[in-house]
Design a protein around this ligand. Structure first.
Ligand code: AMP
Ligand code: MG
Length: 342
């Protein structure tokens, strides 16, 4: 299969029309969102959804998020609409928040990975919303990467992973958030945060009050523990090198990273915060952004994980409040939870 890339900046109508026609014909299309690129297919068509799993090499026990452009679609896809969903959608949709609730009978089992629930999100990206409107369907879409590799934040990343496996990539430029959506389950009382993202725990709690946190956000599942979200048990964001995370007081972190860099005898690279970058002069490093602005660290993370050309990537840990929780969730998973506190 030849994979075509069409530039879709400025809401190019022909790009969106081509994508919608392919989706309606049961094919897959990669498209930009504000979080990461998605690999979409008709979420009501089992055969179309099966093509997503095949193109990505995704384990079939890992369910997909259905993308919608109108809140009224949620009424068709969930059994009913909980009050918390209405409150959260009013504040955060379109936006990087995925909500999970009991699925209506029309949602195919392959989308839900046989769970009784389905995840819904309205993306905050003009190209994605135009495409969803033109297709007129709920679009199942996981990240448009090969399963296990870092999520794609540019059309070039999608091409690197899926060239020859899908017919079309809509190029909408770089994704400005750069990590996947926050996932909140509304099936528990109180609701449970299953994956942290740009919509933070604090932002959600300001709308609906206290929520629970999945125990697997910053640590691996314990033996025998059932994941609350199937994605928690799969390896994620793995670059082609070993990753180690050093957390603690910033200057102690820099000192330990320099020590590991000198001692390792391997080709090392450092993922630096702007505050600590001066400590790494003369070493190989990339500055991801300021510790004070975890959103920028998140936006630059997956490009670095894809580009890292080294044997050992040494990463700085940061504080886990606000968007820091989402950053540390991805960083620790990329490292296979190889972390050290100093
Ligand atoms: P991705 O779109 O590639 O970021 O993957 C979607 C994530 O949402 C995965 O981690 C899934 O496990 C999670 N997910 C999707 N649907 C459900 C659901 N019904 N219940 C729990 N987790 C879900
Ligand atoms: Mg993914």
């Amino acid at each position: 299969m030849v994979t075509q890339i069409i530039t879709a900046y400025n809401n190019s109508p022909s790009a969106v029309t081509a994508a919608a026609a392919l989706l309606r014909a049961g094919e897959c299309v990669a498209f930009p969102t504000e979080t990461v690129y998605g690999l979409g297919a008709n979420g009501l068509d089992e055969g179309a959804v099966a093509k997503i799993f095949a193109a990505k090499g995704r384990p079939n026990d890992n369910p997909l998020i259905l993308h919608i452009h109108d809140f009224a679609q949620a009424e068709q896809l969930w059994t009913d609409i909980p009050e918390t969903a209405k409150q959260l959608a009013a504040v955060f949709w379109p936006g990087p928040l995925t909500l999970i609730y009991t699925a209506a009978p029309c949602v195919p089992a392959i989308v839900r990975a046989n769970l009784p629930t389905v995840a819904l999100r309205m993306p905050d990206n003009e190209i994605a919303l135009h495409m969803l409107r033109a297709a007129g369907l709920p679009i199942a879409a996981p990240s448009a990467n090969s399963s296990g590799s870092p999520s794609p934040t540019s059309a070039a990343h999608v091409m690197d992973d899926l060239n020859g496996r899908i017919p079309l990539i809509l190029d909408g430029g770089a994704c400005h958030i750069g990590i996947e959506s926050t996932i909140l389950s509304l099936c528990t009382a109180p609701p449970t945060l299953l994956r942290p993202g740009a919509i933070t725990r604090e932002m959600i709690e300001a709308v609906i009050g206290e929520i629970g946190l999945s125990p697997a956000l910053l640590s691996p599942l314990q033996q025998g523990e059932t994941p609350q979200s199937p994605g928690q048990k799969h390896r994620h964001y793995a670059p082609n090198c070993k990753v180690k995370v050093i957390s603690g007081e910033p200057s102690a972190v820099a000192a330990r990273i320099c020590e590991l860099y000198e001692q390792s005898g391997q080709r090392c690279h450092i993922a630096a915060t702007a505050e600590n970058a001066p400590h790494y002069t003369g070493k190989q490093y990339t500055t991801l952004g300021s510790r004070g602005n975890p959103a920028t660290l998140c936006a630059n993370l997956f490009s670095l994980l894809r580009a890292a050309d080294c044997d050992l990537l040494l990463m700085e840990g940061i504080d886990t409040s606000g968007a820091g929780l989402a950053y540390m969730n991805r960083v620790l998973r990329a490292a296979g939870f190889d972390g050290e506190r100093v």
